[in-house]
Design a protein around this ligand. Structure first.
Ligand code: NAI
Length: 711
């Protein structure tokens, strides 16, 4: 677990190497073993200095979140937290110099060990990530990170690293002052030893333990410090709307902890750490952002016993916005792409999308010219279907039109092997219907990407009635190969993500129809934790598209279509007022060419508003906007459209930006409790309409006292 050796010069090396794990982590096994090694170095008079490193390609990935989940209650958490702080403190105060030889990624608790060393030397490993990403899963660094980093590099530069959880490359960490040296990887240990051999007694004392220490750039109570916190708090609130206790608590740790000595600061940090860990927000984020996404990326729900498919050649039909993006992410994974469009110019234009992205990556030094050239050479733009020969998969992203999709399906199947997969990126057309154009519907599947494809991490995989388990398994292999996160759903109108996303937009518009102030509606959306308010979002999607899809749905469903109060507003905006959204510069908002968008002043006249005293509270509007999504998601689960709570949660956060601190649309129900959710939905169904009526599945769960997750 932890290798320990002392050489003839009295230099001890503590090298992390946890068995059966690709990465070292801090857990119930490794922490005591590390402690024992640290104690040994301090007790051994022969030891002059200590190197901490790792025998694996990476240094230490952080604390094991499963360990945190296993801690029982605040008291145990505080005790364990303080024990870790004391261990790191013993390294700092043992009288011997410690150096961190950071060979690879050092994150969270891993980097906190480095911060407790007297010097940090990193290898010039371009893949290494250095930082404190705890905030991304709703936590704060509880191993001294909020105290040592500001004392090392200054409060102002430390805050963004702590509050955004950014990773730094070794080069950037050096610039930021988070490490003191970067050396070639093969010289790392020799350089660490050299530093120790030359270390003077004062080198074995941390700056913050020396008399007269001052925080670089000033403490919180200096004029500069005051300015940092005043501006910082305002910016933080603007960004988080007060929804993320981890971020607020990190601010408090830095502020309070940097006003006092380090030992008191560490105690303050541990108190906030416990408070943060116990918050529902942290539980939600760990569950969905860490375990949920992690399991999806590991293809936890992939059908078993089907050999993994390796992809060497993929066809992409339609080189428009989506096809061009799909070609790019596929080529980035080292897979050959045949990019087909109606004419050569359109196909070439699709390829130039990749060219532009790669150019930008080169400018930002994220890519070498050589590598970019190789990636580009993988994409063949053409109109010739015969080039699809040998493709294991074809993804179509042509116009959203059944006939055109049927035509390209037939043309592809005439060339590709019998066992090749044909996937549609349709956003609205049911997969089972489209598969009727296929000679082998078992190999037909939906791969629903999100725009822009290169940035959006989710792919919604849709199984049609006839899609085989083998096709599903192999499609999941493709999604993994292009480094996206898959969720698996069954065929339904709007599938899962578009269906539930639509309820958020519609509820916002329904509120407008009732006379609720539009500014209140969109502010409540943002305060609820959604990235954009529902009216602004409707403008972005385009009201004429919402209108078109709604009309198609109405036509397809006939009597079964359930009207929504939003319908009349959309009709009026599109048919009467010609305000179709952002694209045309006018929708619910105005988009002046030379200024910031603002709500259209004519809205109040077209959709009369309730008097001030009858306006609902912001809390009620937030509840409506959030609960409508959760209740629709529960319906999707009842109808087997989405089959696991985990996929529903991951899909809601990654697909349409459902408030991450709520853990996803199902975690929201879990957090408030199913019975509570059901009774609130019943109340809202009475007040606002049957769309809030909870599905039977939820009533049954409430009656049995069940919930979605164990914790
Ligand atoms: P687009 O209009 O940008 O691109 C479509 C491309 O298909 C055009 O380049 C067109 O020339 C080409 N095309 C049309 N007929 C063809 C044929 N017979 N053979 C070869 N190429 C042909 O459209 P976009 O936005 O890329 O959408 C494509 C598909 O992806 C649609 O089914 C759409 O519903 C779906 N989708 C779109 C999303 C979006 O945000 N735009 C999101 C997810 C899915």
């Amino acid at each position: 677990m932890i290798n320990y050796s002392v050489d003839n010069d009295g230099i001890a090396t503590i090298s992390w190497d946890m068995p059966d794990r690709s990465m070292n982590v801090l857990n119930n096994g490794s922490i005591p073993a590390f402690k024992e090694a640290v104690e040994k170095t301090i007790a051994d008079d022969n030891v002059k200095g200590v190197i901490i490193t790792s025998a694996k390609p990476d240094f230490i990935a952080g604390a094991d979140l499963e360990m945190l989940q296993g801690w029982n209650g605040a008291e145990e958490m505080f005790e364990n937290g303080m024990e870790l702080q004391m261990l790191f403190r013993s390294m700092e105060k043992g009288g011997k110099p410690f150096v961190a030889a950071i060979n690879g990624t050092a994150l969270g608790g891993g980097f906190e060990i480095c911060l407790a060393c007297h010097r940090r030397i990193a290898a010039d490993n371009p893949k290494a990530k250095i930082g404190l990403p705890e905030v991304k899963v709703g936590l704060l660094p509880g191993g001294g990170g909020t105290q040592r980093l500001p004392r090392l590099i200054g409060i102002q530069p430390a805050l963004p690293l702590l509050l955004e959880g950014k990773h730094l490359s070794p080069e950037k960490a050096l610039k930021a002052g988070a490490v003191e040296e970067v050396v070639p990887a093969d010289q790392l240990l020799a350089r660490a030893k050299e530093w120790l051999m030359n270390a003077k007694p004062e080198d074995a004392v941390q700056p913050w333990d020396k008399k007269g220490f001052r925080i670089p750039g000033g403490a919180p109570m200096t004029p500069k410090g005051m300015m940092t916190f005043t501006a910082g708090n305002a910016m933080l609130h603007e960004k988080t709307q007060g929804n993320y206790p981890a971020a607020t608590n990190i601010m408090s740790c830095v502020y309070n902890g940097c006003c006092v000595d380090i030992d008191s600061g560490l105690k303050i940090e541990t108190r906030y750490f416990v408070k943060t860990c116990m918050s529902p927000e942290a539980k939600n984020m760990i569950r969905s952002l860490f375990f949920g996404i992690g399991n999806a990326n590991k293809l936890a729900s992939r059908p078993k016993d089907i050999p993994t498919q390796k992809f060497t050649k993929v066809g992409v039909l339609g080189a428009g916005m989506m096809g061009a993006g799909i070609a790019y992410v596929t080529a980035m994974a080292g897979i050959q792409v045949v990019l087909i469009d109606q004419d050569q110019t359109a196909a070439e234009r699709g390829k130039s999308y990749s060219e532009n992205l790669l150019k930008k990556a080169i400018q930002r030094k994220r890519m070498t010219e050589d590598k970019a050239e190789k990636i580009l050479s993988l994409i063949t733009p053409t109109t010739d279907y015969s080039l699809l020969d040998g493709a294991e998969l074809v993804v179509e992203a042509v116009f959203e039109n059944r006939e055109i999709k049927a035509d390209v399906t037939a043309k592809s199947e005439a060339v590709i092997a019998d066992n090749a997969i044909f996937a549609s990126n349709t956003s609205t057309l049911p997969i089972t219907g489209l598969s009727e154009a296929s000679k082998r519907p078992a190999n037909f599947i939906g791969l629903h990407f999100f725009s822009p494809v290169d940035k959006m991490p989710l792919v919604e995989i849709i199984c049609g009635k006839d899609t085989s388990q083998e096709t599903l398994a192999r499609s999941m292999d493709y999604v993994k190969a292009i480094r996206k996160t898959p969720i698996v759903v069954n065929d339904s109108r709007g599938f899962y993500t578009s269906r539930v996303f639509g309820t958020y937009v519609n509820e916002g518009i329904a509120l407008l129809a009732e006379g609720v102030n539009p500014a209140l509606i969109d502010n409540a959306g943002k305060k609820a934790g959604m990235p954009v308010g529902p009216l602004a979002l409707a403008d972005e999607v385009a009201l004429d598209l919402i209108y078109k899809i709604r009309n198609q749905t109405k036509k397809d469903l006939g009597d079964k279509y359930v009207p929504n109060p939003a319908d009349a507003v959309v009709d009026k905006m599109v048919e009467e007022l010609g305000r179709v959204g952002k694209r045309e510069g006018k929708g619910f908002y105005e988009y002046p060419a030379d200024g910031k968008k603002h709500l259209w002043s004519g809205l109040a006249e077209q959709f009369p508003q309730l008097p001030e005293e009858d306006q609902p509270s912001v809390e009620e509007v937030i509840k409506r906007l959030i609960y409508i999504q959760s209740v629709e998601t529960a319906r999707c689960m009842e109808e087997n459209v989405v089959t696991t709570a985990e996929d529903a949660d991951v899909g809601s956060i990654l697909g349409w930006g459902f408030a991450p601190f709520r853990g996803g649309a199902i975690s929201q129900i879990h957090t408030v409790g199913v019975d509570n959710f059901v009774s609130e939905c019943d109340r809202m169904a009475q007040a606002y309409g049957a769309r809030f009526t909870p599905p039977k599945m939820l009533r049954d769960m409430a009656a049995k006292g069940e919930n979605f997750y164990a914790a």
